[in-house]
Design a protein around this ligand. Structure first.
Ligand code: MG
Length: 367
């Protein structure tokens, strides 16, 4: 595949409802869509899932644009690509910047799948015909939380994930367990605690959570190992795992029993697959997290979650949960807590160019 053109679209979409985590609130979601065209006229789509501010990882929409424009896009144009696995190797001289890399690599995978006239899920080794879906609910008062959980359960979602932060965790989880004693429930702390909170974190065992996600600092797999030894609740790592090597170290240290794999955070589909395979060999449960993504990254996540060892429900909810109108058609639809993995070539969803233009605030072509 010889790449002829790459177009970056800086888009801004308004979330149906603001999403609150221990870091802060997101309402207007900025992201970057990548369109890649090769000499034969095939198109591939990618999406950069970095947020506007560096509170999830260090990357932002602006840093990703800069890294793509000045460093990664020139590497893509350097020589033809035979297989998408070559892309991350070509990016190796550029340190980290995983979300910028993943956006371009994702577009190459879609392009490649279109060339092969195969579904992206099949090209990457996916086997499932449908994937189970859970919901992530941002921080909100207990009464509203109970309403949200009721609504999600009525729609058939397979598990509930709530965001927690210090000071609200007991009241929230106690309140939820009082009304829903048996639902699969997990809590995501987004690094809001430290080892000083160990007694508090131990006390959360009583809620029988499926897992507690990223309780401690993003760069602290050592303390996560100390914590996991002292609590019964399985620790799931999210922000701490940005590469295969991170996953290897965390597994060796015993820092977690679960890993949440996000394509953007680990720097691409190729790296996500390697982490998936490692977890499978090591009996570490795997599921796919969400990034409040638009349709393109959502489609990539659906394909990834079709790999066999994604054994826990994914956070990839339907488009309509987030957006009045997504940038793909058909939109991603959840039916009774599952998404059917598309069988059509490539992403299996078409980008709605009219909608894409509507939400684009800046666009640039590279040749
Ligand atoms: Mg998380």
């Amino acid at each position: 595949m010889k790449i002829k053109r790459i177009t970056l679209y800086h888009i801004q979409m308004k979330l149906n409802t603001p999403f609150v985590t221990s870091y802060g609130t997101v309402q207007n979601r900025d992201s970057i869509i990548v369109e890649m065209e090769d000499k034969k006229g095939y198109i591939g789509w990618g999406e950069c899932v970095a947020f506007s501010a560096p509170w999830y990882t260090e990357e932002t929409v602006k840093t990703c644009w800069h890294i793509m424009e000045d460093f990664l896009i020139p590497l893509i144009f350097q020589q033809p690509i035979t297989h998408p696995d070559e892309v991350l190797k070509r990016f190796l001289p550029i340190r980290r910047n995983q979300m910028a890399k993943a956006a371009l690599e994702g577009a190459v995978w879609d392009l490649y799948a279109n060339h092969q006239e195969m579904a992206l899920s099949k090209v990457i080794g996916g086997e499932k015909e449908s994937i189970d879906i859970g919901v992530a609910i941002g921080i909100k008062p207990l009464e509203e939380m109970l309403d949200s959980i009721n609504a999600a359960l009525a729609e058939g979602y397979k598990r509930i994930k709530v965001k927690i932060k210090p000071g609200i965790e007991h009241k929230l989880l106690q309140g939820i367990r009082k009304h829903f004693p048996d639902i699969p429930l997990m809590a995501d702390a987004n690094s809001a605690y430290s080892l000083n909170d160990i007694d508090l974190l131990k006390s959360l065992d009583e809620y029988k959570l499926t897992m507690i996600e990223q309780p401690l600092a993003t760069d602290d797999i050592v303390n996560h190992a100390k914590l996991q030894r002292q609590i019964n609740t399985p620790v799931c790592l999210d922000e701490s795992i940005v590469s295969y090597e991170d996953a290897e170290k965390a597994i060796e240290l015993g820092s977690c029993k679960v890993i949440n794999i996000k394509i953007g955070r680990v720097g691409g589909i190729g790296e996500a697959k390697r982490i998936h395979d490692l977890c499978q060999q090591s009996n570490i449960a795997v599921w796919g997290g969400g990034m409040l993504e638009a349709g393109v990254a959502r489609a990539h996540s659906v394909a990834l979650a079709s790999l066999p060892y994604f054994i826990l429900p994914a956070d990839t909810a339907g488009s309509s949960r987030y957006w009045e109108q997504d940038i793909i058609e058909p939109e991603v639809v959840v039916h009774q807590g599952t998404i059917n993995v598309p069988k059509k070539p490539g992403l299996g969803y078409n980008v709605n160019r009219k909608r894409l233009e509507q939400v684009t605030i800046q666009k640039k072509n590279f040749f």
